[in-house]
Structure formats: structure tokens, C-alpha cells
Design a protein around this ligand. Structure first.
Ligand code: OSB
Ligand code: MG
Length: 370
């Protein structure tokens, strides 16, 4: 397979609700849809899931789009691809820029699964069916608002709830939600807002039967996460720390975490995500699929990945309408009894709603490769 041309669609999609984390607030999701066209005329779609500002990782939607256009796509000029894992290899010479790499790499996976006339789900080794999913809830103005939000999602049937926390908004919310929802599968995500001096609060969180505590400490810190995990029963989950299989191996070696949030975008694509899932499975670490407020294309890739057996904990994979008024795909994803259904069409199994995509599109770039 040779890539003949690519289109980068720059989209701004208003979020239905402003999402607040320990880093700050987000009103719109800035993303790109990457379309690649093969020499056989097949189309593959990938989603660039960075953000407008570099608060989660160093990349932004704009920097990543530039890397894709000026560095990654040109590396594929006249290259005959025989399997999608080749992309991971070819892109290795470019440092970092995982989200840019993932956007192109996932589009290549889409084409290869279409070439093999399979849904991406089975092409990746997963199973068609329903997978349990959870929801991530931002920091709220007050506890009543939080309780209201949680009960809405519980009524929608989500299998697990994740609360964003930060210093000063941690024990209060967790205590209240645990009291009102004693049986709920509950976890927290600190997005790196704590340090060693917060040990008393973190030990207190250990009392609420949380499924895990996600990313309490710094984004390159493996040593102090290990120090903390020794003192807690609750599994620590790493998110921002994990850019590659090497990072997961380091976490395993040091016992920095018992769980890994796998995001396709953060680890540079599906090849690396699969390697991480396999490693977690073989080393008794919990693997689950994280989210980046994906639109329909990225969400389809996530669901295909999360359908593999290594994914033993519900992912941050919500219904399309939780994030956006209208998605960019014709098929929207819905939650039924805490589960989402894997698409069964070929490749990512969703079709682009061109009219919807155009309505969010601010700019498009055409790149001819051959
Ligand atoms: O830390 O997992 C995170 C959203 C944006 C950036 C980072 C994170 C998140 C979420 C939401 O928690 C995940 C989602 O619902 O897509
Ligand atoms: Mg997180």
C-alpha cells in the first residue's frame, strides 16, 4: 500500500460543557482529522487528539499538525507499506510528538483493516460486541452540582465514574459521592496536582474503596509514585507519565503503579498501545483505555482497541452526545447498560458526516505524496 495523498482538516468543536481539571478549563476541543488515500483509492481516517494549549503534554493541535505536514507525511513518500506496524518503526527517528504520530498511524491502521475486509476491532485482535465504559467528570463548583452530575451518569448506566480532583477539592467530593453511591465503581484523577508533602490527604483517599488514583504526582516522576504506591492499598494508575512501552516497563520495575491508562494519542499510535496492553497483561497490571475528548473517528479507534481482552477495566469512552451537540460521524456512539457496541463495518466502521465535519472545519490542507 502506498499513500498517494492526505488531507488535514482543522476542526474546532464546542464542548457541550466546559471541562475543568486541575490544570484549567476547556470550552472547545481543537482537533484535526487526517484523511489518507491509498494507491487503491481506499480512505483511512485518523484523529489528531492534542489540545489547543500544551497543558496535558507539550504538543498542541497546531504544532502536531505542522509535524504531520512537514515531517511525518513526507517520510511516507513512495514507501510501500506492507503492514501497519511499519509506521511505528519509520516514525521512531522523530523524537516525541506522539500525538502527531498517532494521528497518521491510526489512519494507516484503518486502511489496512479495510484492505483485509475486516472491522478494525477484529483486525486488532478484539471482539465484536459490547464493552463496558466509564465517564470522567470535571471539577465542579460545588458538591451538590457534582452529585447531580454523577447521578445523571449513573442513570445513563455508566459502569464506572472518575472524578477529577485537585488540592482542596478531593476528600470532600470523594466522601460525599461514596456516601451517596456506596456501590459505585469510583476512581479519581489528579492530573499531577499533588506532591510528597500531600501524603496525609493521599492516605485519607485510601479509605474510600477507590478503584484507582490516577496520576497524583509529576508527569516524569516514577520514583515518588513508587514511594506513594508502597503506602497505599489503592492502585496508582499512571497517565501522563506513559509515552511508550519503555515507560511502562520502568513503572513495573520500580512498582510505581498497578494500572496504566493507555491513550492511543499519548503513546504514538496503536502499535505501541498494543505492545503496552500485552505487557500489562503479562505483568499483572490493569490496562484500560483513556480518553482525550475524541470525536467520532478517535472514539472508533478507542473502542476497537478497548475490545481486546487485556482491557480489563472500563475505559474513558463516553457517548458521542456527552461531549458534542453533533458528532462528525454518521453513526454516533450510545451507551446501553454501561456498554458501548463495537462498530461492525469495515475499518473504523464509521462514516464521516461530511456536512457536519465541514461545519466545524476552519481550514484544510491538501498534501500530495506521489
Ligand atoms: O487526564 O485522562 C485525563 C481529558 C483531557 C485530558 C486529560 C484527561 C481527560 C479526561 C477525560 O479525563 C477523558 C474523556 O472523557 O475523553
Ligand atoms: Mg488522566
Amino acid at each position: 500500500m502506498v499513500i498517494e495523498e492526505a488531507v488535514i482538516y482543522h476542526l474546532v468543536m464546542p464542548l457541550r460543557e466546559t471541562f475543568k481539571t486541575s490544570y484549567g478549563s476547556m470550552k472547545d476541543k481543537h482537533l484535526c482529522i487526517i484523511k489518507i488515500v491509498s494507491n487503491d483509492g481506499l480512505e483511512g481516517y485518523g484523529e489528531l487528539d492534542a489540545f489547543a494549549a500544551p497543558w496535558y503534554t507539550e504538543e498542541t493541535t497546531e504544532t502536531a499538525a505542522l509535524i504531520i505536514k512537514n515531517h511525518l507525511l513526507p517520510m511516507l513518500k513512495n514507501v510501500n507499506l506492507t503492514n501497519p506496524d511499519q509506521i511505528n518503526q519509520i516514525f521512531q527517528v522523530i523524537r516525541g510528538n506522539e500525538m502527531a504520530k498517532a494521528a497518521v498511524e491510526t489512519a494507516v491502521w484503518d486502511i489496512f483493516s479495510k484492505m483485509s475486509e475486516q472491522p478494525l476491532t477484529t483486525y486488532l485482535g478484539g471482539q465484536i460486541g459490547n464493552i463496558p465504559v466509564g465517564v470522567s467528570i470535571g471539577i465542579k463548583k460545588n458538591l451538590d452540582e457534582l452529585v447531580h452530575t454523577v447521578s445523571n451518569y449513573v442513570n445513563d448506566g455508566y459502569s464506572r465514574v472518575k472524578l477529577k480532583i485537585k488540592p482542596g477539592f478531593d476528600i470532600g467530593p470523594v466522601e460525599r459521592i461514596r456516601r451517596d453511591f456506596p456501590k459505585l465503581s469510583l476512581m479519581v484523577d489528579a492530573n499531577s496536582a499533588y506532591s510528597k508533602s500531600d501524603i496525609a490527604v493521599l492516605k485519607q483517599l485510601d479509605r474510600y474503596n477507590l478503584a484507582m488514583i490516577e496520576q497524583p504526582f509529576g508527569v516524569t516522576d516514577f520514583v515518588n509514585h513508587a514511594w506513594l504506591q508502597k503506602q497505599l492499598q489503592t492502585p496508582i494508575c499512571l497517565d501522563e507519565n506513559i509515552r511508550s512501552l519503555e515507560d511502562v516497563k520502568q513503572a513495573a520495575e520500580l512498582n510505581s503503579a498497578k494500572a496504566i491508562n493507555i491513550k492511543i494519542a499519548r503513546v504514538g499510535g496503536l502499535t505501541e498501545a498494543l505492545k503496552i496492553a500485552t505487557f500489562c497483561y503479562e505483568n499483572d497490571m490493569i490496562a484500560w483505555c483513556g480518553g482525550m475528548f475524541e470525536a467520532g473517528v478517535g472514539r472508533a479507534h478507542n473502542i476497537a482497541l478497548a475490545s481486546r481482552t487485556e482491557f480489563s477495566f472500563p475505559g474513558d469512552i463516553s457517548a458521542s452526545n456527552r461531549y458534542f451537540e453533533r458528532d462528525i460521524t454518521k453513526e454516533e456512539f450510545n451507551i446501553k447498560q454501561g456498554k458501548v457496541t463495537t462498530p461492525s463495518g469495515l475499518g473504523i466502521g464509521v462514516e464521516i458526516d461530511q456536512q457536519s465535519l465541514d461545519s466545524y472545519c476552519k481550514r484544510r490542507e491538501y498534501i500530495v505524496l506521489n
